[in-house]
Each structure stands twice: as structure tokens, then as C-alpha cells.
Design a protein around this ligand. Sequence first.
Ligand code: SF4
Length: 388
Amino acid sequence: MIQDSSVCGLDERLASWAGAGIGNKVISRDDARTIIGDASIPLLPLIHTAGLVRRHFYGDRVQVHVLNNVQNGACPEDCGYCGQAKTSDAPIQAYTLKPRDEIISEAQRAKDAGAFRYCMVLSGTGPSDADIEHMSACIREVKERFGLETCLSSGILDEAKAQQLKEAGLDRLNHNLNTSRDHYTEICTTHTYQDRVDTLNAARGAGLSLCTGLIVGMGESHEDLLDVAFELRAVRAESIPVNLLIPIPGAKITDPVCEGQALTPEFCLRVLCMMRLANPDSEVRIAAGREHHLRSMQALALEPCSSLFVDGYLLTKGAAPIETLHLIRDAGFELDFRGSTPPPLVREAWEEMHSNTAGAQIDGTATELSVFKSDKLSAKKVEKLASK
Ligand code: SF4
């Protein structure tokens, strides 16, 4: 934890945050509070600062993720943000766990859309033994045939089940903390925040990487956002999806507000910057709600965030994949294939977009742009700050 920088001038303050982040040190809670709540910290320099940290760890690469809702609805839980909850009367299409063939053919589609990781999501409190068997078989096949990284979101589970999934080849378990411990009873009464923490610990115990994030705009306070930001650091989440509440008609929570204020693009970007600076080396993702809440400012989210979803979210559609590829390219970023061969669909679209850009590469070997090439802070200066 670095020292509170509130006594410094703006330039020094931003430089100290960048330097701390590059050294994988966390900003103080007071600084995090300032970032989301104090308009005297101008937005664009703040985004640039978060971008310095993101580029230090992830260069100019963006990972794209595709979600697959492999089981939908009929959930006995009452999560207020969710259209699948027992308390929701959202008109959703409920279905039981998809058959293996369907999950595999959708993995093929994810591969063709350029996905780096295939994320499968089950509704419900937690998986039965039969669900674990079924998903283990699917995970094995997805890994063998497509080489995609796999992530599963399956609710509450214990270490024995987590271990079984790990042995099948699962890379990562998703289980969002969603909000702070204090605010949790406002969004859900059928399970506890501690149940969520226990599931993360079980996954970690089994050797799985953790994907766990939050939903901004569920009536929480700024302090709640800070609580969850630092809790995510405490569990050393490798991946942090930051969702911006998409109001689902029929769900219990449909008014996207934080600290009594409606979400704005500026506020959402401030939260993303705070999440980056509180979790410098994590893969912070702009997840559900980016189109709805960031609107014309979406590209700016690629500075604090190193990944996003293509092709929509659990119950709602997002931008078309090609639009998201344009967004990434137009902002000067590269797709991250991690050395794998990109599928023809993505290769062609990406090459066409780059036809006037000398030197663009898509084969996973793209040269990282210099992090500091046009920055006021020189590489030397940031290195010096990071070593403090
Ligand atoms: S978030 Fe998951 S556990 Fe909660 S109601 Fe929705 S499907 Fe059920």
C-alpha cells in the first residue's frame, strides 16, 4: 500500500499513482475514494494514468471473451439484479443444462468469433454432482479440440467439486463478489457474501485461477465500491469483470444508481480507473453494460481495461462482434491471441481493418507499442517512481 498522496499537486499525484501501479502497489483507500468521487481529478489525465499501468502489464493487447449461458432460468436464488432469480418476472427463456453437442458447437462459434477464452455460465445455487460430470466432459473436449481457455461460472461449490473441474482442464472459475459485504443483504437474501468468499477460497485451493468482479449501480455507496475493490485485491483475483448494471425489466433492481446518483459515462470510467489502480496487475474487464452506460466513451475504457466481451451478455445483446473489433482497432489496440492462430473470420476482418496501417499484425506476435511513447511521464521517470 502506498502512502496517501492527497497532499501532492495533481501532476505529482497522478505520477505517484502510475508509479505505484507499475510497481504493482495498490493506491490508498483515500486515493481510491478521490478517484471515483472528486471532480478536481480531471477525467482524461486519470484515464491516461490508469492506462500507463494497464500498458505496463498488458501492453496494447485486448482479450475478447464470449459468454455462453449453458443453463438458464428457474433459479431458486433471489439476486436482485438477475432476470433468472425466483423473484424476477422477466420474460426469459428458461432451459436446463445444454447437451454436450450444443456446448461444443458454441465453443466452435466462439473460436470463430476470435475468442481467447470460452466462458460457460450455469444458473442456479450451485452445480449437482451430475452437472459437474457433464461440465467436466465438455471442458475436456473444448480444451482438446479448440485449445480455448475455459472459464466456468456455476454458483457456489466446494473444494472437491472445484478439484474435479480442475482435473478436467478448467482454467478459471468465475464467481463474482458483486458488491460489498455490507451491501450484500440488499441485493440477495438466499445466500451470503461469505458463501461467495468460501467458493473463491475453494477454487483457489483447487489451483484454479479466479475471475471475480462486481456490478456497479445496485444502489451501493462509494464506500461499498471501495470495499469490493480492495477485497478483490485481497483474494488476488486474476480477472475482474466490472459490470455496469443493465436494468432487466422484471428483476428486483432496475435503477442503475450509485451513491444515489444515476450512472454516467464519466463515473463508470472513474470506477474502471480505480479498479485498475487498486488491482494493478489483474485483467480488469469492461463487462456487461459497456454499450448502455459508456455510450460514445467506450473506447476510453480500453485504457484501464485489458479485456471485454463480444457478442452480448447473459440476458441481453451487446454490440456485434465486428463493431467491437472496430472499436479495438480504431483505438489503436491489438487483439490478444496469445500465440494461437486466429480463425479466418477474425483474421480477414482484422486484416481488412488494418489494410492502411503498416506493420499491424494479428498472429499473436504483435510488437507491443512503447508504453510511454507519447507520454508526459518518461519511461525513466515512471521507473523511478515505481521503485519508490
Ligand atoms: S445470479 Fe445466478 S444464483 Fe443469482 S439468481 Fe441469477 S442465476 Fe441465480
